[in-house]
Design a protein around this ligand. Structure first.
Ligand code: 5GP
Length: 239
């Protein structure tokens, strides 16, 4: 497997072509941004922890029947994934109030909802990833109704599976963001990453935030939080 030309550079990852047109090479970066890139910085070893955490969580979900893009780890900070065309939507699932939902609805953070909340945002940096309705999605042809239904179903299944798995590791899954893509065979696959950059993880006992909110809100111990999630998932000793 050879790394080819740079296809795309995002805020947290670089995507390279490979000699297989169905596969791309993902290099996770230490760069960190927040609030639509108004805040920028770097988190030591974030690329390594997010690559490993994401790989492990995709593998776990795959074993439970969730179809995803992950293929294999290439190095500490790189992984091989199936090439997909990303649907420009972010599917968020929330179990506990936090972040933009707490602000929008004027409720305190930390309240467990009567049922999981699914939100869909339009992945568009210029607009700041606004909430979007299913009618908007159909009207501007971002995805079909069937794809939206499927994405919501998969997101809720991922929520059940990940909530249980993280709970076993002493962590509360507060909320998370998923992205989906269509591969060369027309299959809808879970894509992007699942990491402390894209999920809120709170320690079950202390409530300590073990995710990117430590960077967003200048809470300190940022690197430690990413490492902690990797350790809780079993780290190197996981079989
Ligand atoms: P919120 O809308 O409260 O900022 O985010 C809800 C959840 O989705 C959080 O776990 C957050 O990390 C994730 N999320 C939402 N939008 C983005 C985004 O544009 N980038 C990343 N990395 N995560 C996001």
């Amino acid at each position: 497997m050879k790394r080819g030309e740079l296809l795309y550079e995002g805020k947290a990852k670089k995507i390279y072509l490979t000699d297989n047109p169905q596969q791309v090479w993902v290099a996770y970066k230490d760069d960190a941004t927040a609030y639509n890139a108004q805040k920028r910085g770097s988190i030591q070893d974030k690329g390594k922890w997010n690559n490993r955490i994401s790989a492990r969580l995709f593998q776990f979900l795959g074993e439970k029947g969730v179809e995803h893009h992950f293929l294999k780890e290439i190095s500490a900070t790189e992984q091989l994934v199936r090439r997909v065309t990303i649907i420009p939507l972010e599917v968020l699932v929330r179990n506990i109030s936090a972040g933009t939902l707490a602000n929008r609805l004027g409720i305190e953070e930390g309240r467990r909802f009567a049922r999981p909340v699914v939100e869909i945002c339009y992945k568009n940096d210029e607009l700041g990833d606004p909430l979007i309705t299913e009618d908007h999605i159909a009207a501007i042809e971002l995805a079909t109704d069937e794809q939206v239904t499927q994405m919501k179903e998969i997101a809720l299944k991922v929520n059940e599976l990940l909530s249980e798995q993280m709970d076993r590791c002493g962590i509360t899954l507060v909320d998370f963001k998923l992205e989906f893509g269509i591969d060369g065979d027309g299959r809808l696959l879970l894509a992007d990453e699942i990491s402390p950059d894209t999920c809120r993880f709170w320690d079950k006992e202390s409530g300590k935030r073990l995710d990117k909110d430590r960077f967003r809100r200048d809470l300190g111990d940022v690197e430690e939080a990413y490492h902690e999630i990797w350790s809780r998932l079993g780290g190197e000793t996981h079989v």
